[in-house]
Design a protein around this ligand. Structure first.
Ligand SMILES: Cc1cc2nc3c(=O)[nH]c(=O)nc-3n(C[C@H](O)[C@H](O)[C@H](O)COP(=O)(O)OP(=O)(O)OC[C@H]3O[C@@H](n4cnc5c(N)ncnc54)[C@H](O)[C@@H]3O)c2cc1C
Length: 457
């Protein structure tokens, strides 16, 4: 039987391995850390499971829900009970417009009634409805689209914080086509951005009752546990792969503890690690992989005594960059999720760090926690001492899809086919970083490995 080795037991690698195993292949997952799951990591705070990585997935992309169905956990999934986020900007907490799409305001009368954008800023945004088509040729950044149609203020106070929060990135550097393909599609129907999105929403005919996000009440680690059971006996933990080279029409992976033979390899590690593993086989591929930039971020998870803290009206808030705070966003988990409400503890997840801001990584956990607590006390008047807290750091964790990203990915794929046939790369660095996109990429590369194995003797 042909042997496939998947390096990296995050959701991309696990999805690839699960498909290969289901299709009857001999597959091993080699994972450097003591547990599978990668960025999916459920921890305990005050005795309650809380996600310390992704805490929900988008329903409009089907792969994560489908995976949950095939693992028998889909019926347990829950939707947020509060969807209304706020934004801390100009030193005050403001509601986001109800009529908005990824932060892009769709009703300028509603926007005028809020205390968020100045009358001058709204007048500039109003031009979008009448101004001529000023589309850029080729790919542009998300920031470029928003600034040229709606102005700088809407970008900096509304869309930037919202979109920047999704990948800890700088929207002025993120490619619209690769980094925000859903927005790129929604923006392609009219030269007025607002009208285009309105048309897109009408055409998609979405039922407003359908939840946008889902999660598992015991944490997304439950999905990883279920995958782990399916893959039992096929996972090697605590083994860090360092290089790969060809020998007698096979690939040999060198780990810290041993060597592993494979007819095909799927590298499902962060791209800079995949780059270092493939270096010995092909320097050009290694360079391209290592050149994909990543942003770092950290979460501080807090459990406050519920008796000593006022409930927050909403699912959480974003913080505009102009405020200069360490905190970039705060998810009020106890308001957002029913299963975390009405408990002795109130759970709050605070984020810090983004593409151009590594301050959270230059201070230790104690200083990070105390600074974030001080900011919480200033912004939302939280004076209580936490019953429990934990800092979870995610260095180099959010790939940044900058202009030219899709060309780079195509070049990597072509070079792999030509120079390292049988080796494939999968994961958040390539075709989307949300959980469903990672699962899709894992499965696409499992399929590529199967096709490759069908062509070699
Ligand atoms: C903090 C945070 C919050 C997020 N929130 C959300 C969210 O709410 N919703 C959503 O849809 N997405 C979210 N994302 C994005 C999503 O979680 C990730 O893009 C996705 O989980 C990445 O999966 P992956 O398998 O590609 O990579 P990873 O999860 O990084 O897995 C790679 C694996 O490779 C292993 N590894 C590394 N080096 C080696 C080696 N040399 N040998 C063997 N193994 C190795 C690592 O230990 C790891 O287990 C979030 C991401 C982060 C970082």
């Amino acid at each position: 039987m042909r042997k496939v080795v998947v390096v990296g037991g995050g959701i991309s690698g696990l999805a690839a391995a699960y498909q290969l195993l289901t299709n009857g292949y001999d597959v091993s997952v080699i994972e450097a850390s003591p547990a599978i799951g990668g960025k999916i990591s459920t921890v305990e705070i005050a005795g309650v499971p809380i996600d310390g990585g992704p805490d929900a997935f988008l329903v409009r992309e089907p792969e994560m829900k489908e995976l949950c169905s095939s693992l028998g956990v889909a019926d347990e999934l829950v939707a947020p009970v509060s969807r209304s986020a706020k934004i801390w900007v100009d030193g005050s907490m403001q509601a986001l417009p109800k009529s908005q799409f990824l932060g892009i305001p769709l009703d300028l009368d509603e926007l005028s009634s809020l205390n968020l954008i100045s009358p001058e800023g709204i007048a500039i945004a109003q031009n979008d409805l009448t101004a001529i088509d000023n589309a850029r040729d080729g790919d542009e950044t998300v920031g470029s689209l928003i600034r040229r149609r709606l102005g700088h203020e809407v970008m900096e106070k509304l869309v930037g914080p919202l979109l920047g929060g999704i990948n800890a990135g700088d929207p002025d550097k993120i490619s619209l086509k690769s980094g925000a393909p859903y927005l790129a599609s929604a923006a392609s129907l009219d030269h007025s951005l607002i009208r285009s999105i309105q048309k897109f929403i009408r055409a998609s005919n979405r039922n407003p009752e359908t939840p946008v996000f889902l999660t598992h009440p015991e944490g997304l680690g439950t999905v990883v546990d279920a995958l782990g059971k399916e893959l039992e006996g096929n996972v090697i933990l605590n083994e860090r792969i360092q290089s790969v080279h060809a020998k007698d029409r096979q690939w040999i992976l060198e780990g810290q503890k041993g060597s592993y033979e494979a007819d095909s390899v799927i590298l499902a590690t962060p791209s800079y690690i995949s780059g270092s593993i493939i270096e010995t086989t092909n320097g050009k591929i290694a360079n391209l992989l290592s050149n994909i930039k990543y942003a770092s971020m950290a979460f501080a998870l807090f459990a406050f005594p519920s008796k000593e803290i006022r409930p927050f009206d909403g699912s959480g808030f974003l913080v505009a960059k102009s405020e200069g705070l360490l905190m970039t966003a705060c998810s009020w988990s106890s308001s957002k999720w029913k299963h975390l409400g009405d408990k002795e503890a109130t759970f709050v997840r605070v984020s810090a760090g983004r593409a151009d801001d590594d301050r959270a990584f230059n201070i230790d956990n104690e200083e990070l926690t105390s600074t974030l607590l001080k900011e919480l006390s200033q912004i939302v008047d939280v004076q209580a001492t936490p019953m429990d807290s934990q800092v979870i750091r995610w260095p180099k964790s959010f790939p940044q899809y900058e202009i030219g990203h899709s060309n780079k990915v195509n070049r990597i794929q072509k070079l792999l086919r030509d120079k390292a046939p049988g080796i494939f790369v999968a994961g958040a660095a390539f075709n989307g970083l949300g959980l469903s996109a990672c699962i899709r990429d894992g499965k696409v590369n499992a399929q590529r490995a199967e096709s490759y194995l069908g062509t070699v003797n």
